[in-house]
Design a protein around this ligand. Structure first.
Ligand code: BF8
Ligand code: SF4
Length: 657
């Protein structure tokens, strides 16, 4: 039987059930015609391992691997005697460590680049935003008055390096954590030291025969997660802003319709902005533009995907072709002349699909080679050597295009780029830029609360659908939504990141959006930019009127279609920061166990946040709204909201009259 016949014998689900993205559905159909298999097909034909899904197995030593029974969680222990709580907590800790390592290694790469730029060893990048440099230096107590930029930058480098390497004591950005939250962390013993130390200790403590008390393990993975959120990721965001600029609102286009049949289409997919920034230079290189023209192309069309795409979407307005579950599908168009990747969320399955359509799939980072892909290493000291070469290969593929092309004619518009700095300015205006108007609108109830809806797409659920339904439900209930990562692309495809989408919001939120001219759903960047949400929350506390700690705020978070360990780490740093965080798809802890009770209830009793889980978006929204209302009540601002709603009703009645 040929491979094509084997694939056609496998279970095929209607693409409309697999994805809410019409372009992706169109490409799944074409892919099946072409004999292409994607993660959607593989997910349909491979049931998730139920023991692994519950995290009820342990392979931390070779007396095992040991399997416990989720239906009778305390009926058995591992060979060493480890209980289900120990096993699940250790597994969870290792997910946090892996996710945190991904973000912090990315952040450290940004910091390496910053050091080399400041020292003058790298010439192709420069400090683009000195104001931000001075601001960040100020946050960590570096003297800036009357000093040279280079000296300040060198001090900032030294200080931020501690985020990763510090052996003892607290990392620099704890200076941005609200006092009362920090007090709680100190009491719980979860203030992070350097990420390297925390990740190392996390791995040590989860080795066979070390930490076997789930609460103590939780303490360590909370500390590890915080070293990411307030450390590695935050440094990645801040240094990227210093080097490449702070995002400000920009009109953008997303979806596969951004590909152009008559141009050389080049996709960058992955996470670190340095590769993409250099690619922007390369596609504007006159000699390469000429080469593209000579090959018969009308130009070079550079587009992003996943978080690489999100980074340049918010900084430069570069079109975004789709989120995680569209990366194989887009190759099926046959229109992609090269796909370049660096690190994280890059499916190995891309190699085979790229091969079928003769699209060069190019890895660039020494951390990420993929069997069957072409590796052209990217060096920041000479970035264009790599990115120019990739453009040349893409032009070569364009010239030799031989397969039919089918580009879904679907493009959607949005306005993205709402950095925490811009939210400040947008609501406060040039002369009184502050979070006061946001807080005021929350206190008077026009805005009921704020929700961060973030994270991946996952073939175990209908792509984009859970994100979109959840967000629609939240804004309808006057909850302002901020977004990062793949989630914001789902919402842009659904048309919710335009100011015009305000009509989908409840009366209070709609009024605020219309007054300011902002969308009810704010796209703010890539997954490391979840740190912007932490900072925005800290600003809300500092501004006043909404309690003293992050745990007091009427806010909640969700990753309704998550798939990665990074998402687990992000979830944990939000929880440890004080935020109620709801995940969808599946949750790797057995319900009814002590560890589950601790994560879903106990942590909140200790003064931080807690986890929630639901698959259904409406249930998820209900849980988040109930939590926001609970916080409003505790703050004594629940009554204000009743009045506002009456005001609105009264006003409407007057309008009618
Ligand atoms: O860091 S949202 S699928 S691309 S993990 Fe990956 Fe998830 Fe997308 Fe970015 Ni984040
Ligand atoms: Fe089994 Fe214990 Fe070894 Fe885990 S550490 S595999 S539970 S014996």
């Amino acid at each position: 039987m040929s491979e094509k016949e084997i694939i056609s014998k496998k279970k095929e689900i209607d693409p409309k059930e697999l994805t809410a993205c019409d372009a992706t559905a169109q490409m799944i159909i074409k892919g099946r015609r072409d004999g292409i298999e994607t993660a959607f097909d593989r997910a349909a034909n491979m049931k998730a391992c139920p023991i692994g899904a519950d995290s009820a197995c342990c392979k931390h030593c070779f007396m095992g691997p040991c399997r416990l029974n989720a239906k009778d969680p305390y009926g058995k222990v591992g060979i060493c005697g480890a209980t289900i709580d120990t096993i699940m907590a250790r597994n969870f800790a290792r997910m946090v460590a892996a996710g945190g390592a991904a973000h912090t290694d990315h952040g450290m790469s940004m910091l390496d680049l910053f050091r080399e730029v400041v020292n003058g060893n790298i010439k192709d990048y420069k400090i683009k935003n000195e104001t931000k440099l001075l601001q960040v230096a100020g946050y960590v107590g570096i003297e800036t008055e009357g000093r040279e930029i280079k000296d300040i930058a060198l001090d900032l480098y030294k200080e931020l390096e501690r985020t990763y390497t510090q052996v003892e004591g607290e990392i620099p950005f704890v200076s941005r954590v609200p006092e009362k939250t920090l007090e709680t962390w100190r009491k719980l013993g979860i203030v992070p030291r350097g990420a390297m130390r925390e990740i190392m200790e996390c791995m040590h403590r989860t080795h066979m025969g070390v930490d076997q008390e789930y609460k103590n393990i939780t303490k360590q993975f909370s500390r590890t997660a915080l070293a990411d959120g307030w450390g590695g990721s935050m440094v990645a965001t801040e240094i990227s802003d210093i080097l490449f600029g702070i995002p400000t609102p920009v009109s953008i286009e997303v979806n596969m319709g951004v590909l152009k049949e008559d141009q050389v289409n080049l996709i960058v997919h992955g996470h670190e902005p340095n590769l993409f920034e250099s690619m922007i230079e390369s596609v504007n290189e006159p000699s390469l533009l000429k080469a593209a023209k000579d090959a018969g192309a009308k130009g070079i069309n550079l587009v992003g995907m996943c978080c690489s795409g999100a980074e340049v979407l918010v900084r430069h307005g570069i079109p975004h072709a789709g989120n995680f579950m569209s990366t194989e599908a887009i190759l099926v168009t046959g229109a992609v002349d090269a796909m370049t990747v660096d690190v994280q969320c890059i499916k190995q399955g891309l190699v085979k699909v790229a091969d079928c359509y003769k699209t060069p799939l190019i890895t660039t980072n020494p951390r990420c080679h993929i069997e069957g892909a072409t590796h052209i290493e990217f060096h920041e000291h000479e970035p264009k050597a790599c990115t120019d070469e990739i453009v040349i290969r893409a032009i070569g593929r364009f010239k030799n295009r031989s397969l039919p092309i089918e580009i879904p004619q679907i493009k959607n518009a949005g306005v993205h780029g709402f950095s925490h700095e811009y939210i400040n300015y947008m609501l406060g205006g040039t002369f009184r830029s502050s979070y006061t108007p946001l807080n005021d609108n929350i206190i008077n109830g026009r805005i009921r609360g704020v929700a961060g809806v973030v994270g991946c797409t996952n073939p175990r659920v209908k792509q984009d659908w859970v994100h979109v339904e959840l967000v629609k439900e939240l804004i309808k209930n006057d909850i302002l939504v901020v977004q990062t990562g793949c989630s914001q692309i789902a919402l842009t495809k659904a048309g919710l990141t335009t100011p015009e989408a305000a009509h989908l919001a409840g009366a209070g939120l709609k009024e605020v959006c219309e007054t300011v001219g902002m969308p009810p759903v704010l796209g703010i960047g890539s997954c490391v930019d979840n740190s912007r949400i932490l900072i925005a929350c800290a600003e809300m506390v500092k501004t006043g009127g909404l309690g003293n700690s992050l745990a007091d705020l009427p806010v909640a978070g969700a990753a309704p279609e998550y798939m990665s360990e990074k998402a687990i780490c992000i979830g944990q740093y939000f929880v440890a920061s004080g935020i109620y965080t709801v995940f969808g798809v599946t949750f790797p802890i057995v319900e009814g166990t002590n560890f589950h009770k601790y994560m879903f209830e106990g942590l909140e009793q200790e003064g931080i946040g807690k986890w929630g889980f639901a698959v259904d978006p409406y249930e998820m929204a209900r849980m988040m709204i109930a939590h926001i209302d609970k916080k409003r009540k505790a703050l004594g601002i629940d009554k204000a909201r009743d009045r506002v709603l009456m005001d609105m009703a009264d006003r409407r009645a007057l309008d009618v009259a």
